[in-house]
Unconditional design. Structure first.
Ligand SMILES: *Cc1c(COP(=O)(O)O)cnc(C)c1O
Length: 375
């Protein structure tokens, strides 16, 4: 078998529409993981399909140094959507590349080398971003990692204060840790990160690859906390399922970023998809919808499962359910017996990252299925 990397699931997916996926036997599944938050608008969204097919027949590729209207359009759309004045946009093809770029930009702009990251954090699997990723199993076979990286306990402002010094180039954090178990940071922690980096002239980078694009109730999670970093990374759902990454940064970073590039970054077809995705999230007010439906989801989970589980946590449509037992077997039973697809985060957490278009009826179905499997 040529795919020696993925653990293959016992379902062969064939097509999808909205929050529904259908397998080769015609069985429908409610996709409450959005395939790792990669389809915020749901599967086969018309606006994205139209944008992609039109661009595909007009111009599939042009190197980055030639201006292309659809790419410039996306630069403008992302600059408008950016938190604060992070209006400078660099485009690539995945999350880990967006993080790599942020790390390189931070070193170039500050002239410093040290990085600070958080325990349980996840930032990608290429050497730089992997060096900022906590989980030992992901790192150990590939060591040595980057030197000059210090991990601090997440959500611990005092520990962060001890780690950040005059040699720090950047502090990299997820506003809510996804892979690490859906762990929200307190506003105080994010504020401390902002103050500490400002004091020493380090860049504050928020990895919003999972939290961004409206999922947590505001377009970026950092806006919900009212803490604006120097750089934000985005990827996953940014082009509603096509490969893309983006690094957004302030002027002082962009002005002194070194020499970085990506052949396929800003590909016109993918840019068209991303522009349609971001505009649709905005025009359909999906961040507010995610806040409403997400609040209903958390309330229902508490009401139906509060006694059966350890904790329900998260923001908007990024929700973790910490179980007393194993999450993997719950996810499998949900899929095979109830037609509900969810994600896990670690051994005991069921992670819900549905498309932002789900409604209360969808929530009711998922909560009922969870009650049967867990209760
Ligand atoms: C998924 C993810 C990444 C890595 O993205 P890839 O596109 O898989 O490289 C980085 N950071 C966070 C927070 C993620 O959720």
């Amino acid at each position: 078998m040529s795919d020696f990397v993925n653990a293959r699931k016992p379902i062969q997916l064939e097509h999808g529409e909205g929050a529904t996926l259908v397998d080769d036997a015609g069985t429908a599944y409610l996709d409450f993981g959005a395939s790792y938050a990669c389809v915020p608008l749901g599967h086969a969204h018309g606006a994205v399909e139209t944008a992609v097919t039109e661009q595909l027949s007009a111009l599939t590729y042009a190197q980055g140094s030639y201006p292309v209207a659809v790419r410039d359009e996306l630069y403008g759309t992302l600059a408008d959507a950016a938190p604060g004045d992070l209006e400078n946009v660099w485009l690539c093809n995945s999350g880990t590349e967006a993080v790599e770029a942020a790390l390189k930009f931070a070193r170039a702009a500050t002239g410093k080398t040290r990085f600070v990251s958080a325990m349980q954090g996840f930032h990608g699997r290429t050497m730089g971003s992997l060096s900022m990723t906590w989980k030992r199993q992901y790192r150990q076979p590939y060591e040595p990692m980057l030197e000059d990286v210090e991990f601090v306990p997440y959500d611990d402002p005092a520990a962060l204060g001890e780690a950040v010094d005059d040699d720090t180039a950047a502090v990299l954090l997820e506003p809510i840790q996804g892979e690490g178990g859906v762990n929200p940071a307190s506003v105080e922690f994010l504020e401390a990160a902002r103050e500490l980096t400002e004091e020493v002239g380090a860049a504050l980078i928020f990895d919003e690859i999972q939290t961004g694009l409206g999922r947590t109730g505001s377009f970026w999670a950092c806006e919900g906390a009212d803490v604006i970093p120097d750089m934000v990374t985005s990827a996953k759902g940014l082009a509603n399922g096509l490969p893309i990454g983006a690094t957004l940064c302030r002027d002082w970073i962009a002005e002194d970023h070194g020499l970085h590039a990506s052949t396929f970054g800003g590909n016109p077809v993918v840019s068209a998809a991303a522009d349609a995705t971001v505009r649709t999230i905005q025009s359909e007010a999906l961040p507010a919808h995610a806040a409403d439906v997400g609040a209903y989801l958390q309330d229902e989970l508490e009401r139906e499962l509060g006694d059966e589980v350890r904790e329900v946590r998260g923001a908007g449509l990024m929700v973790g359910i910490e179980l007393k037992g194993n999450a993997g077997s719950v996810a499998r039973d949900l899929a095979l017996e109830h037609g509900v697809l969810v994600l896990t985060a670690g051994r005991t957490v069921v992670r819900l990252l549905p498309p932002l278009v789900v409604d209360e009826d969808d929530v009711d179905r998922v909560v009922a299925a969870l009650s049967e499997v867990i209760g």
